[in-house]
Ligand binder design. Structure first.
Ligand code: NQM
Length: 348
């Protein structure tokens, strides 16, 4: 399925090995990793198209289904559950209804989702006319051609603190940043502090080895400060360059996930950016232009924008996020049987 601006393989948990190591080995063979082109598997040769959603009925009375997100590395034998994905999340509700895990309503269906990577919750609502999922519609989102049905995703208040370091600003690797987590650990870095404008294309930014080295240093130091430990080989936190808006939004962003530059921005990444703009004394002050009417924040990115509704409460220093919501679209591209690349034969 395409979920938002990402694409992944969605599985029922019961169809995969229960042992995580065996499951990950199988997923690498299914996606065609490690290989920069993933030529022998389903992956598309980019982290945004090398994703897996594992869905099951939930035993939690407050959730209908459990969703585990797995990022399958493209050119390494790595599968990680250390981050969530708000884009693939858009397909979870429709998949759960299609597979009979959740009964469909007559017109629309809301699915309560427990996100196993973080323990956080989401509720996704989408059309089910006549009791069947119908993902056709006229909602467009930046970074995806054409239109589809809106999948409205609400995130209730998270239990974890918005500022994992306890500070509005930290100096890491000689650079002032704001570390923020509203569903995705993100490090806000003023683009100008890294001698770029923040309006460059992802390709141009990826081709800059000095920038890559600075970002790696910042990420590693910020990861420790955020309590994430040694983040080498993991995909979080995500450094996000921020610059003044150019197209009527609140801010321009370039997000690294964490080496490749995102062609758009992750949903939860954008939720963290949007909340981070509201942190008094944060690095986005003087860069971002916040709307007067509170609520909706338009986060500009390389292929357009992502609107995030974020209700925050501030007592002057601490900011609490009360609610976050976003509109995405999703589409089932194919439903069938995958034939994984055979496992390597043991030697000798
Ligand atoms: O932040 C990419 C994506 C993501 C994650 C990434 C995401 C999110 O665009 O919620 O969706 O940050 O690796 O799918």
């Amino acid at each position: 399925m395409r979920g938002g601006t990402s694409k992944g393989a969605y599985f029922l948990a019961g169809d995969l090995p229960a042992d995580p190591a065996a499951r990950d080995r199988l997923l690498l063979r299914i996606m065609g990793s490690p290989d920069p082109r993933q030529i022998d598997g389903l992956g598309g040769g980019h982290p945004l198209t090398s994703k897996v959603a594992v869905v099951s009925a939930s035993d939690d009375p407050d959730a209908d289904v459990d969703y585990l997100f797995l990022q399958v590395a493209v050119d390494a034998s790595e599968v990680t559950d250390r981050q969530n994905c708000g884009n693939l999340l858009a397909g979870v509700g429709p998949f759960a209804v299609d597979r009979g895990l959740v009964p469909a309503g007559d017109r629309r269906t809301s699915v309560r989702i427990r996100m196993l990577n973080t323990g956080e919750r989401a509720v996704a609502a989408f059309p089910t006319p006549g009791g069947r999922v119908d993902l056709t519609g006229d909602t467009a989102i930046s970074g995806v051609p054409g239109t589809a049905a809106a999948v409205v995703i609400e995130f209730p208040q998270a239990d974890s603190p918005l500022l994992p370091t306890g500070n509005a600003r930290d100096t890491v690797a000689g650079t002032e940043v704001t570390c923020v987590d509203n569903g995705m650990p993100v490090v806000l870095v003023p683009a100008a502090a890294l001698d770029v404008t923040g309006y460059e294309s992802p390709g141009d930014l990826e081709a800059d080895p000095e920038l890559a080295a600075r970002l790696a240093e910042i990420r590693s130091a910020a990861g420790r400060l955020m309590g994430l430990g040694d983040v080498a080989g993991t995909t979080v936190p995500k450094p996000t360059l921020v610059a003044p808006p150019r197209d009527g939004g609140a801010v321009t962003t370039r997000t690294f996930i964490p080496v490749r530059c995102h062609t758009a921005i992750g949903v939860l990444g954008a939720a963290s950016v949007a909340a981070g703009l509201r942190v008094p004394g944060g690095v986005a002050e003087g860069i971002a232009e916040l709307p007067d009417d509170g609520g909706r924040i338009r986060v500009e990115h390389p292929t357009g924008f992502l609107d995030i509704d974020v209700d925050t409460e501030s007592d002057g220093t601490a900011v609490t996020v009360r609610r976050t919501a976003v509109v995405r679209t999703a589409r089932t591209i194919f439903d069938g049987t995958v034939f994984p690349r055979p496992a390597p034969r043991p030697r000798g």
